[in-house]
Write a protein that binds this ligand. Structure first.
Ligand code: ZN
Ligand code: ZN
Length: 486
């Protein structure tokens, strides 16, 4: 029976590891599945036939001498156990492993250097016209006192004007996965509805109004830079989910990066979905930087488990939507002022949710929940390199397009050049409780066609016509007093 998932927590200070194995089917008595230690290797053997055995852990890659396994648990489609060794070559492990450093938050362009225009990442409609920005400044996060943002305010406070966070017409402020611009620069290129900003052409959610509608916060993954030869298409350098998580954890707990944390280790993420539902993710961090062994896919035809070291964040999480019931746990978390809160883009939120949900499946049911009341679920976030994230994104995109368009075969070089952030989001954005005709087959085909740069204009027009009644309705709403400016 083939392995579906596998994760080994490695704790060199205890000379032990904890193996989580997930199989395709539940393990039943008649199959006689056994774990065998043979010459310091750990095998899974079925029905005692050697040909069926699958190698789980080979000792000689990292010089491990596994001598004992314990806490052996079989439940459902899971097997888990602990193993002990007396020796391991940590240097070899480290050399062959993946170690991702945090990359500081930096825009892809500099002050007064390039004319930068911003496009909707979905339909490439220009939403912010070209501008050579005079000031690029980091926007204060919720954890920083806004008065520290402007140095001139520290002087004579009696005559100084109160600090304004509203950027000027050629200023761009930025923060974790967003940019802040003056409302006036958007003109009539967007649709404003209940404090949210949508692309006027395709209704893609771009961001939110802030500072009494004087400014907009636009999500970096809802936008891209207008292609010019000297610039990448992404607003930020290294815009991967791994970097977002690393930066977020550092913002929440600046001093706790490498330590096992107890006590104040909870955080709350908020995102507004395109239908303006608020979704929340409760996070409880158990370990920021845990050594993990994962199975890596080898290109050779030999089906053998090759293990590689990664680092991971081990955590509990739970997602709530404002469209769902049972908000008592959520309310309890929201009331605690010591729990840091972060508003993030719906696209990153859903990508993180997908990643954590998929890794949660590695954990046997018995260990899945933190408490019976809160029911947060155990999961891991594996820190991956930019290239690994990119390949994963392309795989997800191909899986999404496969049923209708067939596999797209491209040379590898070309694959790595393309980089889109909106991949794989569409499917999850339409919620089950939303019933309209947007789920018809022709429409989703149009969606896929629009992913392609050279989408025929006919497909686009077809989409536009379909959305027109809704758009008109939104326009009408934005003419109401609380949605002025249009
Ligand atoms: Zn658009
Ligand atoms: Zn919802």
């Amino acid at each position: 029976m083939p392995l579906k998932g596998m994760c080994i927590e490695l704790r060199p200070n205890l000379c032990s590891g904890h193996v989580l194995l997930q199989f395709e089917e539940p393990i039943r008595d008649k199959r006689k599945t056994r774990i065998v230690i043979k010459e310091d290797d750990v095998h899974i053997v079925e029905n005692g036939v050697d040909g069926d055995s699958e190698l789980v852990l080979r000792h000689d890659c990292f010089g491990m001498d596994i001598e004992r396994i314990s806490v052996f648990i079989v439940s459902g489609e899971y097997i888990s156990f602990r193993f002990n060794y007396t020796h391991i070559d940590l240097d070899a492990l480290q050399r062959a492993g993946v170690h991702v450093e945090i990359h500081p938050l930096k825009l892809s362009f500099e002050e007064r250097s390039h004319v930068v225009a911003l496009q909707c990442s979905k339909c490439y409609h220009e939403v912010v016209p070209g501008c050579k920005y005079n000031r690029l400044r980091e926007f204060p996060s919720g954890f920083v006192d806004p008065s520290e943002f402007f140095c001139h305010n520290h002087g004579d406070t009696s005559t100084a004007k109160p600090p304004s966070l509203v950027p000027g017409p050629s200023d761009m402020y930025y923060g974790l996965n967003y940019v802040v611009l003056n409302m006036a620069v958007l003109h009539s290129r967007v649709i404003k509805c209940e404090g949210h900003i949508y692309c006027k052409r395709c209704m893609w959610l771009l961001g939110i109004c802030i500072l009494n509608d004087a400014a907009v916060k636009l999500w970096a993954d809802a936008l891209r830079l207008q292609p010019v030869a000297t610039l990448p298409r992404q607003l930020f350098q290294q815009p991967t989910l791994t970097q977002l998580v690393l930066r977020m954890l550092k913002d929440f707990w600046p001093d706790a990066q490498h330590h096992f944390c107890t006590g104040n280790n909870r955080a709350l993420l908020v995102a507004t979905m395109p239908n303006r539902h608020q979704h929340y993710m409760l996070l409880e961090i158990l370990e920021f930087k845990l050594r993990i062994l994962r199975k890596v896919e080898t290109t050779s035809s030999v089906a053998e488990a090759k293990l590689q070291q990664f680092y991971a964040c081990k955590l509990y999480f739970r997602v709530f939507g404002s469209c769902q019931h049972d908000p008592s746990i959520l309310a309890a978390w929201q009331e605690q002022i010591t729990i840091p809160k972060l508003e993030m883009s719906p696209y990153s939120f859903l990508a993180l949710q997908r990643r954590l949900t998929s890794n949660m499946e590695l954990v046997p049911n018995a260990w899945r929940y933190n408490t019976a009341e809160e029911k947060l679920q155990l999961s891991y976030f594996f820190y991956e390199t930019e290239e690994q994230e990119l390949l994963r994104q392309q795989k997800e995109q191909e899986q999404q397009q496969q049923p209708k368009q067939g596999p797209e075969v491209k040379p590898k070089q070309q694959q790595l050049k393309e980089y889109e952030t909106d991949t794989g989001v569409d499917a999850s954005l339409d919620e089950e409780d939303e019933s309209d005709d947007e789920h018809s087959d022709t429409d989703s085909e149009t969606h896929n066609a629009l992913h392609h740069k050279y989408a025929p204009i006919a497909a686009y027009e077809q989409q536009l016509v379909k959305r027109w009644p809704k758009q008109k309705q939104l326009k009408h709403m934005s003419n109401s007093p609380d949605g002025a400016n249009l």
